[in-house]
Design a protein. Structure first.
Length: 313
């Protein structure tokens, strides 16, 4: 079987995906990097070490899942966080290095892209839209909270950053409070589950949004003060996700006003939170926004977008 390979070695996941050349996803293999109990992240050196150890096993698993014998013809690989000249992170060197070797051994074309473009392409593939050539992409993850104007004429993509967080990312806010509440890192899914117990009575946290600039450092400090006073963990968890949802709604509305675009694609791990999705759908429907969400498993870090990119190059 002739197929294309996608590789992504992000901050917390080693990912490999395979598409058949007729466009079928035939394998999606991932492994989370290990963070010690109570930890809130990893140093870049530790990311590189774990990716280097995990990648062979993840690749073998992906190839095994393909069932039949495969011939890799193209390789999509993430080589930087964002599609700008000075964007760099050592973790992506692991995937890039393996891709270059596999490109030679398999005589396969290598197709580099950024981690952010990978997220957007995985979102487009999974959500089936937006179908327009220009739309807004909201990338909300542990390391990034940005809104960008995207121009996509397959296979060419231009990502123009227009706004985002001025300090910590939404995912960092979630993880920091989640770990402080005793949840394991990454805390997103566990915080969402904890929040259900207080969905109708969340702790109200401040929303820091001024047009296309938002902030989560202030809400984090406020949440910590309430924790010190003995506020219910479930109420705080519910308050955190409500704060993120309200802040993103304001950011997206400002981006719509700035650009005139009404099609919005939400990508990144935080975007898999179902409460946040429902909140945004209701709020943005009022101002005429059309939201597109990938399936939750394709919101978090994956290599599907990289493989899809290679398929179309």
């Amino acid at each position: 079987m002739r197929c294309v390979l996608g590789i992504d070695t992000s901050c917390y996941t080693t990912s490999v995906a395979l598409f058949s050349e007729d466009g079928r996803l035939i394998s999606d293999s991932r492994r989370l990097l290990e963070v010690k109990s109570g930890g809130r992240g990893l140093a870049q050196s530790e990311m590189v070490y774990q990716h280097t150890r995990h990648f062979p096993d993840v690749l073998v698993k992906a190839i095994t899942e393909a069932v039949s014998e495969i011939k890799i013809t193209r390789i999509g690989v993430t080589t930087m966080p964002r599609p700008v000249a000075d964007s760099f992170m050592p973790a992506f060197l692991v995937g890039d290095s393996f891709a270059k070797v596999l490109s030679v051994t398999h005589q396969a074309k290598c197709c580099p892209l950024s981690h952010q473009e990978n997220h957007i392409l995985a979102g487009l593939w999974s959500a089936g839209g937006p179908k327009t050539t220009r739309f807004l992409a909201v990338h909300v993850s542990g390391g990034t909270t940005e809104v960008a104007e995207v121009t996509y004429n397959q296979p060419n993509m231009t990502v123009n950053l227009i706004g985002g967080s001025s300090d910590i990312a939404a995912g960092q806010f979630v993880d920091r409070i989640g770990v402080a509440l005793g949840l394991a890192f990454p805390a997103g899914p566990k915080l969402e589950l904890l929040a259900k117990a207080a969905q109708n009575a969340p702790t109200l946290l401040p929303v820091a949004a001024r047009q296309l600039s938002i902030s989560f450092a202030g809400p984090e400090s406020h949440a910590r003060r309430l924790m010190d006073k003995g506020e219910s963990p479930a109420a705080i968890a519910a308050g955190v996700q409500l704060c993120v949802a309200k802040t993103l709604a304001k950011l997206i509305s400002a981006a719509m006003d700035r650009t005139g675009l009404t099609d919005i694609l939400l990508v990144g791990g935080v975007g898999s939170n179902l409460f946040i999705r429902d909140f945004l759908i209701k709020k943005l429907a009022i101002v005429g926004g059309s939201l597109y969400f990938p399936e939750p498993q394709f919101s978090s870090d994956n290599a599907v977008g990289a493989a899809w990119f290679a398929l179309n190059n």
